[in-house]
Design a protein around this ligand. Structure first.
Ligand code: ZN
Ligand code: ZN
Ligand code: ZN
Length: 141
């Protein structure tokens, strides 16, 4: 919570009660909550906060790198993770189990030539790996 608030301030954003509520929800909803779960949590405590506000703040937190938005297929939409650093995930297509990887296999440096050719300025990237966890592999055969 402190880190996230610190990051917001560092990037020049005010820590409004709405933003605080969204961060609180991310902490309280357990690992990998959906936008819907975050919304429900926030509105239980702050019924006056609108849907748009919650989504806007989730996007803002993702933009500044305070949270990761993870595309888990087969579940209702993306899930979110409050994070200390940029990383990627193994996501099970069977049960939705999400495993954090502790490093980034993408070297943006390698993409620089292509990016330059398209006059594209890379700011961030997201990459998830889909497959089957140990449990689901056993059940598949
Ligand atoms: Zn699985
Ligand atoms: Zn993660
Ligand atoms: Zn990466």
């Amino acid at each position: 919570m402190k880190d996230t608030i610190h990051l917001l301030r560092e990037k020049g954003f005010k820590v409004t009660p709405q933003r605080r509520a969204v961060i609180e929800a991310l902490l309280e909803c357990g690992k990998f909550p959906t936008a819907q779960q975050i919304l429900e949590y926030v509105r239980k405590i702050h019924p006056e906060i609108g849907v748009d506000t919650v989504y806007r703040n989730l996007n803002l937190l993702a933009d500044i790198g305070a949270i990761q938005q993870i595309n888990v297929r087969g579940r209702d939409g993306n899930v979110f993770e409050l994070t200390q650093g940029h990383h990627h995930h193994f996501i099970c297509l069977g049960c939705g189990h999400t495993q954090c990887l502790d490093y980034c296999p993408v070297r943006e440096k390698d993409l620089e030539q292509t990016a330059t050719a398209y006059e594209f300025d890379i700011v961030s990237h997201s990459l998830e790996f889909y497959g089957f966890c140990q449990n689901c592999r056993v059940n598949r055969v």
